[in-house]
Design a protein around this ligand. Sequence first.
Ligand code: TRP
Length: 357
Amino acid sequence: MSKIQERVFSGIQPTGNLHLGNYLGAIKKFVPLQNDYNCIYCVVDLHAITVWQDPAEMAANIREVTAAYLASGIDPKKHIVFNQSQVAEHAELAWIFNCVARMGWLNRMTQFKEKAGKDREKASVGLFSYPTLMASDILTYRATHVPVGEDQKQHLELTRDIAQKFNNDFSDRIKELSLGEPMKVGDETVQGYFPITEPLIGGPAARVMSLRDGSKKMSKSDPSDLSRIVMTDDADAIAKKIRKAKTDADPLPETIEGLEGRPEADNLVGIFAALTDTDQASVLKDYAGAQFGTFKPALADVAVEKIAPIADEMRRLQADPTEIDAVLKDGSDRAREIACETLADVKEIVGFVGARR
Ligand code: TRP
Protein backbone atom coordinates (compact mmCIF):
# COMPACT_ATOMS: atom_id res chain seq x y z
CA MET A 1 0.00 0.00 0.00
CA SER A 2 2.29 2.69 -1.20
CA LYS A 3 -0.07 5.36 -2.50
CA ILE A 4 -1.51 7.64 0.13
CA GLN A 5 -5.27 7.25 0.57
CA GLU A 6 -7.57 9.74 2.25
CA ARG A 7 -8.09 8.75 5.86
CA VAL A 8 -9.24 10.38 9.10
CA PHE A 9 -7.55 9.76 12.45
CA SER A 10 -8.29 11.28 15.83
CA GLY A 11 -7.85 10.43 19.48
CA ILE A 12 -9.16 11.20 22.94
CA GLN A 13 -7.30 10.64 26.20
CA PRO A 14 -8.87 8.32 28.76
CA THR A 15 -8.41 10.50 31.82
CA GLY A 16 -11.94 10.26 33.25
CA ASN A 17 -14.79 12.75 33.58
CA LEU A 18 -15.54 12.90 29.85
CA HIS A 19 -17.50 16.14 29.43
CA LEU A 20 -19.53 18.27 27.06
CA GLY A 21 -16.37 19.95 25.79
CA ASN A 22 -14.95 16.60 24.70
CA TYR A 23 -18.25 15.69 23.08
CA LEU A 24 -18.97 18.94 21.21
CA GLY A 25 -15.33 19.77 20.49
CA ALA A 26 -14.40 16.29 19.26
CA ILE A 27 -16.66 13.23 19.23
CA LYS A 28 -19.70 14.95 17.72
CA LYS A 29 -17.52 16.11 14.82
CA PHE A 30 -16.12 12.62 14.32
CA VAL A 31 -19.54 11.17 13.53
CA PRO A 32 -20.41 12.79 10.15
CA LEU A 33 -16.86 12.24 8.83
CA GLN A 34 -17.74 8.54 8.66
CA ASN A 35 -19.78 9.25 5.52
CA ASP A 36 -16.86 10.70 3.59
CA TYR A 37 -13.72 8.96 4.88
CA ASN A 38 -12.32 5.78 6.30
CA CYS A 39 -11.98 6.77 9.94
CA ILE A 40 -9.81 5.56 12.80
CA TYR A 41 -10.81 6.73 16.27
CA CYS A 42 -8.37 5.95 19.03
CA VAL A 43 -8.42 5.94 22.82
CA VAL A 44 -4.95 7.34 23.45
CA ASP A 45 -3.98 5.60 26.66
CA LEU A 46 -0.24 6.03 26.04
CA HIS A 47 -0.78 9.77 26.00
CA ALA A 48 -2.82 9.64 29.20
CA ILE A 49 0.13 8.32 31.26
CA THR A 50 2.30 11.33 30.41
CA VAL A 51 0.79 12.56 33.67
CA TRP A 52 0.04 10.24 36.59
CA GLN A 53 -2.98 7.95 36.14
CA ASP A 54 -4.24 5.63 38.85
CA PRO A 55 -3.97 2.13 37.35
CA ALA A 56 -7.13 1.11 39.22
CA GLU A 57 -9.09 3.67 37.16
CA MET A 58 -7.40 3.18 33.82
CA ALA A 59 -9.62 0.38 32.48
CA ALA A 60 -12.82 2.22 33.37
CA ASN A 61 -11.55 5.39 31.73
CA ILE A 62 -10.57 3.58 28.52
CA ARG A 63 -14.00 1.94 28.39
CA GLU A 64 -15.68 5.29 29.09
CA VAL A 65 -14.17 6.91 25.98
CA THR A 66 -14.95 3.82 23.92
CA ALA A 67 -18.54 3.88 25.16
CA ALA A 68 -18.81 7.56 24.23
CA TYR A 69 -17.60 6.83 20.70
CA LEU A 70 -20.11 4.02 20.25
CA ALA A 71 -23.03 5.79 21.96
CA SER A 72 -22.49 8.88 19.83
CA GLY A 73 -22.89 6.90 16.63
CA ILE A 74 -19.43 5.80 15.56
CA ASP A 75 -19.68 2.51 13.68
CA PRO A 76 -16.83 0.22 14.77
CA LYS A 77 -17.51 -2.25 11.97
CA LYS A 78 -17.23 0.18 9.06
CA HIS A 79 -14.47 2.16 10.78
CA ILE A 80 -11.87 1.41 13.44
CA VAL A 81 -12.13 2.03 17.20
CA PHE A 82 -9.24 0.86 19.39
CA ASN A 83 -6.90 1.75 22.22
CA GLN A 84 -3.42 2.95 21.37
CA SER A 85 -1.40 0.74 23.74
CA GLN A 86 -2.54 -2.39 21.87
CA VAL A 87 -0.78 -1.38 18.67
CA ALA A 88 2.92 -1.29 19.54
CA GLU A 89 3.79 0.39 16.23
CA HIS A 90 2.67 3.77 17.60
CA ALA A 91 5.50 3.74 20.13
CA GLU A 92 7.96 2.40 17.58
CA LEU A 93 7.27 5.11 15.03
CA ALA A 94 7.30 7.70 17.82
CA TRP A 95 10.90 6.70 18.55
CA ILE A 96 11.89 7.27 14.95
CA PHE A 97 10.09 10.62 15.02
CA ASN A 98 11.99 11.52 18.20
CA CYS A 99 15.04 11.30 15.97
CA VAL A 100 13.43 13.45 13.25
CA ALA A 101 11.92 16.22 15.41
CA ARG A 102 14.30 18.84 16.84
CA MET A 103 14.54 19.93 20.48
CA GLY A 104 13.80 23.47 19.38
CA TRP A 105 10.47 22.43 17.84
CA LEU A 106 9.31 20.71 21.01
CA ASN A 107 10.58 23.54 23.20
CA ARG A 108 8.02 25.80 21.53
CA MET A 109 4.99 23.66 22.43
CA THR A 110 2.60 25.70 24.56
CA GLN A 111 0.68 22.69 25.88
CA PHE A 112 3.85 21.32 27.47
CA LYS A 113 4.54 24.65 29.14
CA GLU A 114 0.98 24.80 30.48
CA LYS A 115 0.86 21.20 31.68
CA ALA A 116 4.37 21.17 33.14
CA GLY A 117 3.69 24.40 35.01
CA LYS A 118 6.44 26.07 37.01
CA ASP A 119 8.37 22.96 37.94
CA ARG A 120 9.47 21.79 34.52
CA GLU A 121 12.24 19.63 35.95
CA LYS A 122 9.61 17.36 37.45
CA ALA A 123 7.59 16.83 34.26
CA SER A 124 7.88 13.38 32.68
CA VAL A 125 10.02 12.99 29.57
CA GLY A 126 6.86 11.55 27.99
CA LEU A 127 5.02 14.83 28.54
CA PHE A 128 7.78 16.64 26.67
CA SER A 129 7.78 14.22 23.74
CA TYR A 130 3.96 13.90 23.71
CA PRO A 131 3.71 15.64 20.31
CA THR A 132 6.00 13.14 18.56
CA LEU A 133 3.75 10.31 19.76
CA MET A 134 0.75 12.23 18.46
CA ALA A 135 2.47 12.64 15.09
CA SER A 136 3.10 8.91 15.16
CA ASP A 137 -0.59 8.14 15.88
CA ILE A 138 -1.58 10.10 12.83
CA LEU A 139 1.19 9.05 10.47
CA THR A 140 1.19 5.36 11.42
CA TYR A 141 -2.00 5.35 9.32
CA ARG A 142 -0.76 8.05 6.94
CA ALA A 143 -3.94 9.93 7.85
CA THR A 144 -4.72 12.90 5.62
CA HIS A 145 -7.30 14.61 7.85
CA VAL A 146 -7.45 15.06 11.62
CA PRO A 147 -10.45 16.59 13.40
CA VAL A 148 -9.23 18.26 16.60
CA GLY A 149 -10.01 21.13 18.93
CA GLU A 150 -8.42 24.53 18.56
CA ASP A 151 -5.90 23.70 21.32
CA GLN A 152 -4.32 20.94 19.22
CA LYS A 153 -3.48 23.15 16.25
CA GLN A 154 0.16 23.53 17.25
CA HIS A 155 0.59 19.76 17.62
CA LEU A 156 -0.85 19.30 14.14
CA GLU A 157 1.64 21.83 12.79
CA LEU A 158 4.42 19.81 14.39
CA THR A 159 3.05 16.65 12.79
CA ARG A 160 3.25 18.36 9.40
CA ASP A 161 6.81 19.51 10.13
CA ILE A 162 7.85 15.97 11.06
CA ALA A 163 6.24 14.51 7.92
CA GLN A 164 7.93 17.13 5.77
CA LYS A 165 11.37 16.64 7.30
CA PHE A 166 11.08 12.87 7.00
CA ASN A 167 9.99 13.19 3.35
CA ASN A 168 12.85 15.58 2.61
CA ASP A 169 15.55 13.67 4.45
CA PHE A 170 14.64 10.33 2.89
CA SER A 171 13.30 11.44 -0.49
CA ASP A 172 15.93 9.62 -2.58
CA ARG A 173 15.49 6.45 -0.61
CA ILE A 174 11.68 6.61 -0.81
CA LYS A 175 11.94 6.95 -4.57
CA GLU A 176 14.47 4.14 -4.88
CA LEU A 177 12.09 1.82 -3.02
CA SER A 178 9.14 2.98 -5.21
CA LEU A 179 7.20 4.08 -2.14
CA GLY A 180 5.10 7.19 -1.55
CA GLU A 181 4.38 9.81 -4.18
CA PRO A 182 5.81 13.04 -5.58
CA MET A 183 5.03 16.09 -3.43
CA LYS A 184 5.72 19.78 -3.90
CA VAL A 185 7.93 21.48 -1.29
CA GLY A 186 8.35 25.12 -2.28
CA ASP A 187 9.39 24.88 -5.92
CA GLU A 188 11.09 21.54 -5.44
CA THR A 189 9.43 18.15 -5.79
CA VAL A 190 10.35 15.41 -3.36
CA GLN A 191 9.18 11.81 -3.16
CA GLY A 192 7.12 11.89 0.02
CA TYR A 193 6.05 8.91 2.07
CA PHE A 194 3.93 10.70 4.66
CA PRO A 195 1.03 13.00 3.76
CA ILE A 196 1.05 16.59 5.01
CA THR A 197 -2.00 16.15 7.21
CA GLU A 198 -4.82 18.69 7.17
CA PRO A 199 -6.41 19.67 10.48
CA LEU A 200 -10.20 19.87 10.55
CA ILE A 201 -10.87 22.58 13.11
CA GLY A 202 -13.83 24.81 13.72
CA GLY A 203 -17.58 24.90 14.21
CA PRO A 204 -19.49 26.75 16.89
CA ALA A 205 -18.04 24.84 19.86
CA ALA A 206 -14.41 24.38 18.87
CA ARG A 207 -13.78 25.56 22.44
CA VAL A 208 -16.37 24.88 25.12
CA MET A 209 -15.74 27.02 28.19
CA SER A 210 -16.43 26.44 31.90
CA LEU A 211 -20.02 27.09 32.97
CA ARG A 212 -18.65 28.98 35.97
CA ASP A 213 -16.07 31.13 34.18
CA GLY A 214 -16.36 31.91 30.48
CA SER A 215 -12.65 32.67 30.21
CA LYS A 216 -11.53 29.16 31.19
CA LYS A 217 -11.83 26.00 29.12
CA MET A 218 -14.29 23.38 30.34
CA SER A 219 -11.99 20.93 32.07
CA LYS A 220 -12.06 17.56 33.78
CA SER A 221 -9.81 18.92 36.50
CA ASP A 222 -11.84 22.00 37.50
CA PRO A 223 -12.62 21.60 41.23
CA SER A 224 -16.22 22.73 40.68
CA ASP A 225 -18.61 20.03 39.40
CA LEU A 226 -20.90 22.85 38.30
CA SER A 227 -18.27 24.01 35.80
CA ARG A 228 -18.88 21.10 33.44
CA ILE A 229 -21.59 18.78 32.16
CA VAL A 230 -20.18 15.26 32.22
CA MET A 231 -21.39 12.64 29.78
CA THR A 232 -22.78 10.54 32.60
CA ASP A 233 -24.99 13.33 34.03
CA ASP A 234 -28.67 12.53 34.08
CA ALA A 235 -31.37 14.95 32.94
CA ASP A 236 -31.73 16.59 36.37
CA ALA A 237 -28.01 17.20 36.72
CA ILE A 238 -27.76 18.67 33.22
CA ALA A 239 -30.70 21.03 33.81
CA LYS A 240 -29.35 22.11 37.20
CA LYS A 241 -25.88 22.93 35.88
CA ILE A 242 -27.29 25.04 33.08
CA ARG A 243 -29.66 26.83 35.49
CA LYS A 244 -26.68 27.64 37.70
CA ALA A 245 -24.36 28.62 34.86
CA LYS A 246 -22.76 32.04 35.29
CA THR A 247 -24.13 34.78 33.02
CA ASP A 248 -24.28 38.55 32.88
CA ALA A 249 -27.38 40.67 33.39
CA ASP A 250 -28.05 41.72 29.79
CA PRO A 251 -30.46 40.18 27.30
CA LEU A 252 -29.04 38.27 24.33
CA PRO A 253 -27.81 40.49 21.50
CA GLU A 254 -28.99 40.45 17.89
CA THR A 255 -25.63 39.72 16.32
CA ILE A 256 -22.44 37.79 17.04
CA GLU A 257 -20.57 41.07 17.49
CA GLY A 258 -22.82 41.71 20.47
CA LEU A 259 -21.30 38.68 22.20
CA GLU A 260 -17.89 40.31 22.33
CA GLY A 261 -16.74 40.90 25.89
CA ARG A 262 -19.49 38.58 27.14
CA PRO A 263 -17.65 35.25 27.44
CA GLU A 264 -20.40 33.42 29.35
CA ALA A 265 -23.14 34.46 26.91
CA ASP A 266 -20.84 33.61 24.00
CA ASN A 267 -20.23 30.13 25.46
CA LEU A 268 -23.88 29.30 26.13
CA VAL A 269 -24.96 30.46 22.67
CA GLY A 270 -22.10 28.42 21.19
CA ILE A 271 -23.19 25.31 23.09
CA PHE A 272 -26.78 25.80 21.93
CA ALA A 273 -25.62 26.16 18.33
CA ALA A 274 -23.37 23.09 18.46
CA LEU A 275 -26.05 20.93 20.06
CA THR A 276 -28.61 21.92 17.42
CA ASP A 277 -26.21 21.79 14.45
CA THR A 278 -26.52 25.45 13.55
CA ASP A 279 -24.36 28.50 14.18
CA GLN A 280 -24.43 31.28 16.74
CA ALA A 281 -25.95 33.76 14.29
CA SER A 282 -29.08 31.69 13.78
CA VAL A 283 -29.45 31.00 17.52
CA LEU A 284 -29.32 34.77 18.07
CA LYS A 285 -31.91 35.27 15.37
CA ASP A 286 -34.31 33.18 17.46
CA TYR A 287 -33.31 34.54 20.87
CA ALA A 288 -32.30 38.18 20.32
CA GLY A 289 -33.57 40.24 23.25
CA ALA A 290 -34.30 37.17 25.39
CA GLN A 291 -33.23 37.17 29.03
CA PHE A 292 -31.24 34.25 30.41
CA GLY A 293 -34.38 33.35 32.36
CA THR A 294 -35.84 32.34 29.00
CA PHE A 295 -32.72 31.16 27.21
CA LYS A 296 -31.38 28.86 29.93
CA PRO A 297 -34.47 26.61 30.12
CA ALA A 298 -34.46 26.34 26.33
CA LEU A 299 -30.78 25.39 26.40
CA ALA A 300 -31.39 22.89 29.20
CA ASP A 301 -34.15 21.23 27.13
CA VAL A 302 -31.88 20.93 24.11
CA ALA A 303 -28.97 19.62 26.17
CA VAL A 304 -31.11 17.00 27.88
CA GLU A 305 -32.65 15.96 24.58
CA LYS A 306 -29.25 15.51 22.90
CA ILE A 307 -27.03 14.34 25.75
CA ALA A 308 -29.28 12.17 27.94
CA PRO A 309 -29.79 9.41 25.30
CA ILE A 310 -26.02 9.21 24.75
CA ALA A 311 -25.43 9.07 28.49
CA ASP A 312 -28.04 6.29 28.82
CA GLU A 313 -26.40 4.25 26.09
CA MET A 314 -22.96 4.82 27.66
CA ARG A 315 -24.25 3.54 30.98
CA ARG A 316 -25.69 0.46 29.28
CA LEU A 317 -22.41 -0.30 27.51
CA GLN A 318 -20.30 0.29 30.60
CA ALA A 319 -22.48 -1.92 32.80
CA ASP A 320 -21.09 -4.99 31.03
CA PRO A 321 -17.76 -4.33 29.31
CA THR A 322 -17.88 -7.46 27.11
CA GLU A 323 -19.13 -5.56 24.06
CA ILE A 324 -16.69 -2.66 24.50
CA ASP A 325 -13.74 -4.99 24.98
CA ALA A 326 -14.66 -6.96 21.86
CA VAL A 327 -14.81 -3.73 19.83
CA LEU A 328 -11.36 -2.69 21.10
CA LYS A 329 -9.88 -6.11 20.36
CA ASP A 330 -11.26 -6.21 16.82
CA GLY A 331 -10.28 -2.58 16.22
CA SER A 332 -6.73 -3.14 17.48
CA ASP A 333 -6.30 -6.15 15.19
CA ARG A 334 -7.43 -4.17 12.15
CA ALA A 335 -5.38 -1.09 13.10
CA ARG A 336 -2.28 -3.24 13.65
CA GLU A 337 -2.51 -4.59 10.12
CA ILE A 338 -2.23 -1.10 8.64
CA ALA A 339 0.39 -0.06 11.19
CA CYS A 340 2.65 -3.04 10.42
CA GLU A 341 2.68 -2.13 6.74
CA THR A 342 3.74 1.43 7.51
CA LEU A 343 6.43 0.37 9.95
CA ALA A 344 7.88 -2.14 7.50
CA ASP A 345 8.05 0.64 4.89
CA VAL A 346 9.58 3.10 7.34
CA LYS A 347 12.21 0.67 8.60
CA GLU A 348 13.18 -0.04 5.03
CA ILE A 349 13.33 3.67 4.25
CA VAL A 350 15.54 4.33 7.27
CA GLY A 351 17.79 1.44 6.22
CA PHE A 352 17.25 -1.12 8.96
CA VAL A 353 17.96 -4.76 8.09
CA GLY A 354 15.12 -7.25 8.32
CA ALA A 355 12.24 -4.84 7.77
CA ARG A 356 10.51 -6.97 5.13
CA ARG A 357 9.28 -10.45 5.93
N1 TRP B 1 -3.52 15.43 22.04
C1 TRP B 1 -4.91 15.17 21.78
C2 TRP B 1 -5.76 15.88 22.83
O1 TRP B 1 -5.37 15.98 23.96
C3 TRP B 1 -5.22 13.70 21.79
C4 TRP B 1 -4.53 12.98 20.69
C5 TRP B 1 -3.51 12.09 20.81
C6 TRP B 1 -4.82 13.11 19.32
N2 TRP B 1 -3.16 11.63 19.58
C7 TRP B 1 -3.93 12.23 18.64
C8 TRP B 1 -5.74 13.87 18.57
C9 TRP B 1 -3.94 12.12 17.26
C10 TRP B 1 -5.73 13.76 17.20
C11 TRP B 1 -4.84 12.89 16.54
O2 TRP B 1 -6.86 16.29 22.51
